[in-house]
Design a protein around this ligand. Structure first.
Ligand code: UD1
Ligand code: MG
Length: 487
């Protein structure tokens, strides 16, 4: 059995990305759930590399911090000055002890690469025993990219950057995608011979190909079936175009697994999200981060979910949720805002113009209208009246409110925390509840109503209100009914 190849992945991420015009390093710009760099690292994952090196430079601290978060196994190597892609790889290899194996180099700004494409590319390189292989693609518009120049036999002759190319070479539409596989020993040797004799005065990694070929080494071109995967990102217009392409890819994937996406053009699902069968995602919806949507759930229209779990059969309509959990068959919205720590149990309801935070709402319990529920536990099958505020903040600290099960709280209540309402208790509309309510009690905490009869006739004489009151008095005396009695 031949020894399996030692595989090293080198991701180039030291460039500034000038054309992004950003204080954020280019490779840290987000694209549907991962940074550009995160996408590249994810695409390389199936290679099961023995080591992964990321060349950092511009914004090195930011990029390093990001790596600790998303790829703690990867080692950053600092390229202090960005003297070209060849220079970057040389620095990466200088930090490696290995003398043999495969080195896969990927530009940090090619985020649509599919893992299976990268894997097939590396397999092809290794099984051909090539010294170097480049991934190429035929693109409709090669502007700004390195061109693959072939000899009369169709073999790779060189890779030439657009700015160094002859008009004839510029007309070529086969481009260098920015991903390469090399035999480590031969790469090391060739890197030592790179010149800076080009328009940018940089050491180009791409020049390794002509060097190896001239030395009689086998170099190869591997063509990507789908050129979209090879699209790079150099400015924000390109980033937006990549985002649309990735959106379509992700949406298509979910639709093929049995998810209904009613308007794929306005549905943006991060690559980190999961969606169950028969879920329906309505228009203008964003599913972000570690969000999951269960089977048969309905999400949207006009909804954003960030790091939120929506269980099977639940519905979330025209709402915004961050760090929330929506239980099976629970319902949210329209127009709800679930903030971190909101947990709705099975069949719970958070209705219209309701905001929740660190709130646990038990099975079948409802907060249907116009309320704020913060730092609260609500038991099962309780109903919170409209326009209720859980007064959780005393200006210094946050306090907790507990409402029991089967409670019925009146409309327009304030629960001044810390406070507890027992199981089966009621509270009267308009109450400000500052003291615990025992189970089964009815709490009334509001001023006694007093009617000052005839006040408007005396104090607002001559107004439309007084005239209306006078007519009502006449009508009442005509019918013999007492004026003050209501129904
Ligand atoms: C590069 C290729 C080009 C190819 C294109 C594909 C070279 C010389 N050219 O051009 O043939 O068609 O990618 O997208 O390689 N970087 C460093 N250190 C440096 C310079 C660059 O780490 O000193 C990193 C950048 O952060 C980036 C990657 O290398 O992630 C590519 O650099 P970039 O400047 O984008 O090269 P392109 O001009 O796009
Ligand atoms: Mg680039």
């Amino acid at each position: 059995m031949p020894q399996p190849h030692l595989r090293t992945v080198v991701v180039l991420a030291a460039g500034e990305g000038k054309r992004m015009r950003s204080s954020l390093p280019k490779v840290l710009h987000p694209l549907l759930g991962r940074t550009l760099l995160g996408h590249v690292l994810a695409a390389a994952e199936p290679l099961a590399a023995d080591r992964t090196v990321v060349v950092v430079g511009h914004g090195a601290d930011q990029v390093r911090a990001h790596l600790t978060e998303v790829a703690p196994g990867a080692s950053p190597v600092l390229q202090e000055r960005q003297l070209g892609t060849g220079h970057a790889v040389r620095i990466a290899l200088d930090a490696l002890p290995d003398t043999a194996g495969t080195v896969v180099v990927i530009n940090g700004d090619v985020p649509l690469l599919r893992p299976q494409t990268v894997a097939a590319f590396v397999e092809a390189h290794e099984s051909a025993g090539a010294a170097a292989t480049v991934l190429a693609a035929e693109v409709p518009d090669p502007t700004g990219l390195g061109r693959i120049v072939r000899d009369v036999q169709g073999r790779l002759e060189q890779i030439v950057e657009e700015r160094d190319a002859t008009p004839q070479q510029r007309a070529l539409r086969e481009i260098n995608a920015g991903i390469y596989a090399f035999d480590l020993a031969r790469l090391r040797e060739a890197l030592g011979k790179l010149s800076t004799d080009n328009d940018q005065g940089e050491e180009y990694l791409t020049d390794v190909f002509a060097l190896l070929r001239d030395a009689g080494e086998p170099v190869a071109v591997h063509c990507a079936a789908d050129h979209v995967e090879t699209l790079g990102c150099n400015d924000r217009v390109e980033l937006a175009a990549l985002r649309r392409l990735l959106r379509d890819r992700v949406n298509e994937g979910w639709m093929r697994t049995g998810v209904s996406i009613l308007d794929p053009h306005t549905t943006w699902i991060d690559v980190t999200v999961s969606v169950g069968r028969d879920a329906v995602i309505d228009q203008n919806t964003q599913l972000q981060g570690v969000t999951s949507v269960g089977e048969g759930a309905l999400v949207g229209p006009d909804t954003t979910l960030v790091d939120t779990v929506v269980a099977e059969g639940a519905s979330v309509v025209r709402s915004h949720a961050v760090g929330a959990e929506v239980g099976p068959q629970a319902s949210v919205g329209p127009y709800a805002y679930l903030r971190p720590g909101s947990r709705l149990a099975r069949k719970a309801k958070v209705g219209t113009f309701v905001e929740t935070k660190k709130a646990s709402i038990g099975e079948g319990s409802k907060v249907p209208h116009l309320s704020y529920v913060g730092d609260a536990t609500i038991g099962e099958h309780s109903n919170i009246g409209a326009a209720t505020v859980f007064v959780n903040y005393d200006g210094v600290r946050k306090h907790h409110t507990t409402i029991g099960s089967h409670a019925r709280t009146g409309a327009d209540n304030m629960f001044v925390a810390p406070v507890r309402v027992g199981d089966g208790a009621y509270t009267a509309a308009g109450s400000v509840i500052v003291a615990d309510v025992p189970p089964g009690a009815m709490a009334v905490a509001r001023g006694q109503q007093r009617n000052v009869d005839g006040w408007v006739l005396h104090k607002r004489a001559g107004t439309d209100a007084a005239e209306a009151a006078r007519r009502a008095g006449e009508d009442a005396s005509d019918s013999g009914a007492p004026a003050s009695e209501g129904d």
